[in-house]
Design a protein around this ligand. Structure first.
Ligand SMILES: Cc1ncc(COP(=O)(O)O)c(C=O)c1O
Length: 440
């Protein structure tokens, strides 16, 4: 079953750097790496060879019986690079599994510590943490939650840090950040200090808000509040991690270390489905010295071909200085986006970091009034852009869960300046075609 029953998607035939070629020979510039996945582009032979070599050697020694060189080496390298005491790596097959594993690790940690009353996860409105029921319940994406609402365990949601819409006019960025961070403390007190186990948050909000970083100081305040109340800080870097924002871990920019971080997308770069949950040695040792066993698991966790791909991806990122490149070419991308769309009457905000940018569309720049949801600006933009040979990642519900539209531009880190120019040309053309086809 495809993503939409009625859709006739083109058949992808091959990859060529930042382009995907279909079976008719049409070329599409992938300016979003799918959903911010393909950080190395679509034809990296080194990663493909690493996967093939692992398949040649052995496809599936079950992780209940064996580990592999690739899994151990990738875990060592991630732990060495990760901030703070993030030392223990648990490989899974994608972002939702990473988030499920994080929530369960947090819960088991408190149970093993003799603190079983701690059961609440606090997250934020306008967030997304995955589509499995635990991760979906934690997230605050209105549309994705809606049909499953009766199945979702209760979680609480505080405000996102979304300066474009929520900072008051007479408020500094810093004061705004502090005000919204302090909602966490109020929510902890409301729920009962010793019943909360974790705060789960995306350092740069991806699909739901469109590449929205927090204001400076927000995360330092969040870290302080978590520490004060003994709750774990779980960062969901599934979309924004692995160099996407110009540092290997997105939290490096905020100068804080979480207790657990979730990775996926760029970790396997699309060459294999791979996710990871990395926790501190404290959490790991509490479980190990308690029952001795993390009461969780999936058949394919640590799949050798997936971790072989992940190791080769990290090698490629390091060998070709691609994370620095994401930072420097990210500034080039930002310049082009601002030059091209900064004065566009229907682009209300341009925000992001590194190779992760969002453009929020509005019917009126002065009032920030979104387009009517029936105009389906995001959905139509995706189709128009693809017909024009551009792949970008639009979503709706940006402003309040129901109204608003944005597009994410998150290209492979190997993108060149001329490809950035082409992406901006195609996006500008596609946006204008979308808006003139159905002026609202
Ligand atoms: C921030 C974030 N967390 C979790 C997920 C879920 O990852 P997956 O689709 O690999 O299960 C996503 C996917 O878009 C995401 O963006």
């Amino acid at each position: 079953m495809g993503r939409r029953g009625h859709e006739h998607a083109p058949f992808a035939a091959s990859g060529d750097g930042c382009f995907i070629v279909d079976t008719e020979g049409r070329r599409y510039l992938d300016a979003s790496g799918g959903p911010a996945v393909s950080c190395l582009g679509h034809s990296n032979r080194t990663v493909a060879a690493a996967v093939a070599a692992q398949l040649d050697a052995i496809a599936f020694p079950y992780s209940g019986f064996f580990t592999t060189e690739a899994a151990e080496e990738l875990a060592r390298r991630l732990a060495a690079a990760a901030p703070g005491r993030l030392d223990r790596v648990y490989f899974v097959s994608g972002g939702s599994e990473a988030v499920e594993s994080a929530i369960k690790a947090a819960r088991q940690y408190f149970v093993e510590r003799g603190d079983p009353r701690r059961r609440h996860v606090i997250a934020r409105r306008q967030s997304y943490h995955g589509n499995t029921l635990g991760a979906l319940a934690a997230g605050g994406n209105v549309a994705r939650r809606a049909p499953y609402h009766p199945l979702l365990v209760e979680n609480s949601h505080i405000a996102p840090c979304y300066e474009y819409r929520h900072r008051c006019e007479d408020e500094t960025s810093e004061a705004y950040g502090r005000r919204v961070a302090d909602e966490l403390e109020a929510e902890i007190v409301r729920l009962g200090r010793d019943t909360v186990m974790a705060f789960l948050v995306e350092p740069v909000v991806g699909a739901t808000l469109g590449a929205v970083p927090a204001v400076d100081g927000y995360f330092r305040r969040i870290r302080e509040i978590c520490d004060r109340h003994g709750i774990l800080l779980i960062l969901d870097e599934v979309m924004c991690g692995m160099g996407r924002t110009g540092t290997l871990f997105a939290s490096e920019h905020d100068g804080i270390a979480p207790d657990i971080v979730c990775l996926a997308k760029g970790l396997g770069a699309g060459y294999q489905p791979l996710g990871a949950m990395i926790c501190t040695d404290i959490i790991h040792d509490t479980i190990l010295d308690g029952s001795g066993f993390f009461q969780h698991g999936h058949t394919y966790q640590g799949h050798p071909m997936a971790v072989a791909a992940g190791l080769a991806v990290l090698d490629e990122l390091t060998r070709h200085d691609l994370i620095e490149r994401a930072a420097t070419m990210g500034r080039v991308l930002e310049d082009h986006l601002r030059e091209r769309f900064g004065d566009h009457p229907n682009v209300g905000d341009i925000r992001g970091r590194g190779m992760f940018w969002g453009l929020e569309f509005v019917a009126d720049r002065d009032t920030k009034e979104p387009f009517a949801p029936e105009a389906q600006v995001a959905a139509r933009l995706k189709d128009v852009a693809q017909a024009n040979g551009l792949l970008c990642y639009p979503s709706a519900g940006t402003a309040d869960g129901a109204r608003g539209d944005h597009v994410i531009i998150a290209p492979p880190y190997i993108i060149t300046e001329s490809e950035i120019e082409l992406a901006c040309d195609l996006l500008a053309r596609s946006l204008d075609e979308t808006l003139t086809a159905n002026p609202v």
